[in-house]
Design a binder for this molecule. Structure first.
Ligand SMILES: C[S@@+](CC[C@H](N)C(=O)[O-])C[C@H]1O[C@@H](n2cnc3c(N)ncnc32)[C@H](O)[C@@H]1O
Length: 209
């Protein structure tokens, strides 16, 4: 029987309550800030934004930020944060994975954290990213390094990729036409597994359009 997609809607309200999740998003955010130095003129897109742990860190630094996700529940959480903080430069964009969709264009910085392993076909998505990005813009993708399949606690749902080898992720960037590609470690996520503490390295890959 085909496995179902993970149900992010039902986890949205509790998402930010896990400190290691917040710590990972903060580490990704700090690395993006260090490497790219987001500017007040930039139009930014966060693909697979979830509750906006990365989005909300970039939002005060840039002109506009578009938060994209395929979970309406996750986007609702982010909308509440935007309302509470008066973040008028933030908009959300829902993606129905069973229908055709197109991302908004003119993007100066496109970021994505811990989402690519949920995307069955990464190469065409990166080609689409590039088609909506302005000349000289940056793509920053953070995700798990190749793991043994034990990362996700819920083994009953469909996870298309058990992380990515660094070369594999960089080859997606190359194929899509990005240059100046580099990968750096973000942090090791620690989880208790049968054999004891298991470390899951997370990397950030950056490329220029
Ligand atoms: C592991 S969460 C990461 C959320 C957030 N980036 C963070 O760092 O906390 C993955 C997110 O990607 C979304 N997602 C999964 N597959 C997607 C797809 N194909 N397109 C867009 N979003 C997707 C999920 O709804 C979820 O919010």
């Amino acid at each position: 029987m085909k496995k179902k997609r993970p149900d992010f809607d039902s986890r949205a309200a509790e998402w930010d309550k896990l400190p290691r999740r917040v710590a990972l998003a903060n580490a990704v955010l700090e690395l993006i800030k260090r490497e790219i130095e987001p500017q007040p003129w930039m139009r930014v897109l966060d693909y697979g934004c979830g509750t906006g742990l990365v989005t909300m860190g970039l939002q005060p630094l840039v002109k506009e930020i578009i938060a994209v996700d395929s979970s309406a529940g996750m986007l609702e959480q982010l909308q509440s944060k935007a309302l509470e903080t008066g973040a008028l430069n933030l908009s959300t964009f829902f993606i129905d994975l069973d229908k055709e969709w197109k991302l908004p264009a003119g993007i100066d910085l496109l970021v994505s954290s811990m989402t690519m392993h949920h995307v069955p076909d990464v190469a065409p998505l990166l080609a689409h990213f590039r088609s909506v990005m302005s000349p000289g813009s940056w793509l920053c993708i953070s995700d798990l390094e190749k793991e043994d399949g034990s990362f996700h606690d819920d083994q009953s749902s469909d996870i298309p990729h058990h992380g990515f080898e660094i070369e594999e992720m960089e080859s997606f960037f190359k194929k899509a036409g990005f240059s100046d590609i580099k990968t750096m470690p973000v942090m090791n996520v620690k989880k208790e597994r049968n054999e004891g503490l298991h470390l899951y390295p997370v990397n950030l890959t950056i490329g220029k359009n």
